[in-house]
Design a protein around this ligand. Structure first.
Ligand SMILES: C[S@@+](CC[C@H](N)C(=O)[O-])C[C@H]1O[C@@H](n2cnc3c(N)ncnc32)[C@H](O)[C@@H]1O
Length: 340
C-alpha cells in the first residue's frame, strides 16, 4: 500500500516534471515565433519573402506578357506613323502602288487586286449610274465613250450599264464629281487645278476630258505618284505635275482645289500645313470630307466646322452638303469660292 503510495507520488512528480519541460519547450517555441513575426512585414512575410514576392509578381507577368507587350509596342509605332494619314501607313496599298508602277503584270491588274482595291475602289455602280442618267449634263453624257478608257487599265471589275457603257462605280463617281464641279463653278479657260490625294489619277483623267487644264498639280505619297505618272502617260494626259507632299506649290493662285476622301484623312498638323501652303491659294474648292480618321482611327483632325471656319477666316464662303451618293454615314461635300 505504502509502496503503492510512493509509486503514485513518484509518478505524479515525474509527470509534473515532464509537463513543465513540455511547457518550457512550448514557451521557447512561442517566443521564437514572436521574434520571427516582428521581423516580418505587414503581411507576415520576411524581407526575403517580400523581395521574392516582388520579383515573382513582376517577372512572371513580364515574361508571360512579353509577346503581347511587343505587339502593343509595334502597334503604337504604327499609330505614330499613322499620324499623317490613313493610307499613309497602309503598307499593303503603298507596296501595290509601287509594284503597279514598275511591273507590267501589276500595272495590268492592280485595280482587280484587293491589296489596292480596298483603299480606292467603291461599289454602288447602279446608284452612281442612276444619278448620272437622271442629272448628267449633255456635255458629260456626250463623253461617256472617252471615259470608258479609264477602266480599260488595271482590269477592274466593270458592269455594263445601258446606255452609259461599261463602268466601275469608282469611275462613275469621278464622272459625277466632275459634272458637279462644272455645274457649281464657272471655271476660267485652261484652269490651274490642284488635287490633294489623287488615287491613280482617275479624277484628273475625267477632268482633262471635260475642262482641259493648263496645269494639274498633284500632292500624294511617292508610290501612288509613281503609279499616277504611269497612268497619265498611258492615257496621254498632258500638264500633270506630281509634287512631294511637303513641297511648296509653285503658283501664287490656283483656280480649283480638289481633295476627295484625302485631305480629311490627314492629321490636323498636316491639314493646317496644306491649308497654309496650298488651299489658301485656291479661288474655289471641292472636297468630300470624311470622318473615318477621327471616328475609326481616333486621329486628331479638323472637324468640318473647324475647316469651314478656317475657310471663312480666309475670305471664302464655304457650303456643306451631304455626299451626293452616301458612301459613309458622316461624309459631306464641302464646296467654296472666294468672296474677297
Ligand atoms: C481614299 S484615297 C482617295 C483617292 C481619290 N481622291 C479618290 O477619290 O479616289 C486617299 C488618297 O490620299 C492619298 N494620301 C495619303 N496620305 C496623303 C498625304 N499626306 N498627302 C496627300 N495625299 C495623301 C492616298 O495615297 C490616296 O491617293
Amino acid at each position: 500500500m505504502l509502496l503503492q503510495k510512493f509509486d503514485s507520488c513518484q509518478l505524479w512528480k515525474l509527470l509534473l516534471t515532464q509537463q513543465t519541460k513540455k511547457r518550457q519547450k512550448a514557451l521557447a517555441k512561442q517566443s521564437q515565433i514572436e521574434a520571427k513575426r516582428s521581423e516580418r512585414g505587414a503581411h507576415g512575410k520576411t524581407m526575403g519573402d517580400v523581395r521574392g514576392l516582388i520579383w515573382q509578381s513582376c517577372s512572371k507577368p513580364f515574361v508571360s506578357f512579353l509577346p503581347v507587350g511587343l505587339i502593343i509596342f509595334t502597334l503604337l509605332c504604327f499609330q505614330l506613323q499613322a499620324k499623317d494619314s490613313i493610307t499613309g501607313w497602309d503598307i499593303t496599298y503603298r507596296e501595290m502602288c509601287k509594284k503597279a508602277a514598275s511591273d507590267p503584270f501589276y500595272f495590268q491588274n492592280f485595280r482587280a487586286l484587293s491589296d489596292y482595291a480596298h483603299a480606292l475602289e467603291v461599289g454602288g455602280v447602279k446608284e452612281y449610274a442612276d444619278y448620272i442618267l437622271k442629272h448628267g449634263s449633255p456635255h458629260v453624257l456626250s463623253k461617256m465613250e472617252r471615259f470608258e478608257n479609264l477602266d480599260e487599265l488595271g482590269s477592274p471589275p466593270r458592269s455594263y450599264i445601258f446606255p452609259l457603257g461599261n463602268f466601275t462605280g469608282t469611275t462613275l463617281r469621278y464622272i459625277l464629281f466632275a459634272d458637279l464641279i462644272g455645274k457649281l463653278f464657272e471655271l476660267p479657260a485652261n484652269p490651274k487645278i490642284v488635287e490633294i490625294g489623287a488615287g491613280f489619277g482617275g479624277q484628273c483623267y475625267i477632268l482633262s476630258e471635260l475642262y482641259p487644264f493648263s496645269k494639274y498639280y498633284i500632292f500624294d505619297l511617292p508610290e501612288p505618284e509613281a503609279l499616277i505618272e504611269k497612268m497619265m502617260n498611258a492615257l496621254e494626259v498632258q500638264n500633270v505635275i506630281c509634287l512631294p507632299i511637303d513641297q511648296r506649290l509653285p503658283e501664287e493662285k490656283i483656280d480649283l482645289l480638289i481633295s476627295n476622301y484625302a485631305f480629311s484623312e490627314c492629321s490636323r498638323e498636316m491639314q493646317l500645313d496644306y491649308f497654309e501652303r496650298v488651299i489658301k491659294k485656291a479661288d474655289r474648292g471641292f472636297m468630300i470630307y470624311t470622318q473615318l480618321s477621327r471616328r475609326v482611327y481616333g486621329m486628331d483632325t479638323l472637324t468640318t466646322e473647324e475647316f469651314m471656319q478656317l475657310l471663312r477666316e480666309n475670305g471664302m464662303n464655304p457650303r456643306i452638303y451631304d455626299e451626293p451618293i452616301k458612301s459613309d454615314v458622316d461624309n459631306h461635300m464641302i464646296i467654296w469660292d472666294r468672296i474677297f
